[in-house]
Design a protein around this ligand. Structure first.
Ligand SMILES: *[C@@H]1O[C@H](CO)[C@@H](O)[C@H](O)[C@H]1NC(C)=O
Ligand SMILES: *[C@@H]1O[C@H](CO)[C@@H](O)[C@H](O)[C@H]1NC(C)=O
Length: 307
């Protein structure tokens, strides 16, 4: 029954999608109305083709609407839409439609996620070139938000990338199964995140390639003997290291300082394997090491410390 309902809606909506003032289907049972904040829009709802002529009543969030019949029109004012359900004469649920409002030009007045401009809302990173990446965002404190839809595709072929949402709905882990670590990336990943707070819908967008968001995991520092250490490639980094070399930034700073301290001895070298490093320092010291992909000048890993 729901399938019939959905296909009818899809046909009705595909015909309507040309104009921005017509509602469009974001996903099954979720209709989007794009409008100016202050304007009022009439939204036609259909319970289902097979219910034509039947006695049908409608509710919004459980509250009875005056209108009856298979097709009704509801009025959406400001941000107030609803979750409309249709029922048979005995009151049984026949279908539902969540109607959400997207403010036109709403990019300038975002409210559901925290951030100052579009680039800041969604942060993505990848530990290597294998095709798995993570993105995260922060919910604003004032509103209770939830994710409605995530879509990630490769721009050239529209190939889908699978993403799973964290349980707190503040991040995703995605896998591009066809990402080839050994070849140059030809195109970008386009990420769309639709979130809602009550009936307000906002769309966030990010576009990047894996090489733009790569950030190696921390280097592992293993003590060999005395003040000699082995600096080891992060376990999660792409292999072989000869093909994916890392640049190590090594700093020896005075004891009780931290790794941001501007030390005199700084070393930046490209290692294609684990490297032994000796500190010629009789006093107490702090050894700081971090890594970067030199080929794309990636973000640096977090510092690893040994004291
Ligand atoms: C809308 O109503 C339907 C039917 O009662 C329910 O299954 C669905 O979870 C509701 N959706 C929201 C977002 O409240
Ligand atoms: C570095 O050392 C670790 C631990 O011994 C080892 O598992 C890893 O394969 C080494 N990596 C390289 C690039 O030599």
């Amino acid at each position: 029954m729901n399938l019939v309902l959905l296909s009818v809606l899809l046909i009705a909506l595909q015909q309507a999608q040309g104009s921005s003032s017509q509602p469009w289907l974001l996903k099954p049972n979720v209709l989007v109305v794009e409008k100016e904040m202050q304007s009022t829009v009439e939204v036609p709802l259909i319970c289902g083709e097979s219910f034509e002529g039947a006695e049908i009543s409608w509710r919004n969030e459980g509250e009875e609407l005056g209108q009856r019949g298979n097709r009704i029109t509801v009025t959406v004012e400001e941000m107030m839409a609803g979750n409309y359900t249709c029922h048979d004469s005995a009151g049984a649920l026949l279908g539902h439609q969540l109607v959400l409002v997207q403010v036109q030009g709403g990019q300038r007045q975002r409210k559901i996620l925290k951030g100052s401009d579009n680039a800041d809302y969604i942060k993505c990173s990848s530990k290597n070139y294998g095709g798995i990446f993570r993105c995260s965002w922060q919910w604003s404190n004032e509103r209770k938000g939830s994710v409605v839809l995530i879509s990630a595709t490769r721009s050239s072929d529209g190939r889908d990338i699978t993403c799973t949402l964290d349980s707190d709905e503040a991040g995703i882990t995605c896998t591009d199964q066809f990402q080839c670590a050994y070849s140059e990336e030809q195109d970008h990943i386009e990420l769309e995140v639709y979130v809602r707070s009550l009936y307000r819908l906002e769309k966030y967008f990010s576009s990047f390639s894996i090489s733009e968001i790569v950030k190696p995991d921390s280097v592992h520092i293993a003590k060999l003997q005395g003040s000699t250490f082995e600096l080891q490639y992060p376990e999660t980094w792409s292999v072989p290291a000869s093909f994916f070399p890392l640049r190590f930034h090594i700093k020896v700073v005075p004891h009780k300082k931290d790794c941001d301290y501007e030390a005199q001895s700084r070393t930046q070298v490209i290692f294609t394997q684990n490297q032994t490093f000796s500190v010629n320092n009789r006093r107490e010291f702090l050894l700081c090491v971090r890594a970067q992909d030199p080929l794309c000048n990636s973000a640096w890993s977090e510092w690893s410390k040994y004291e």
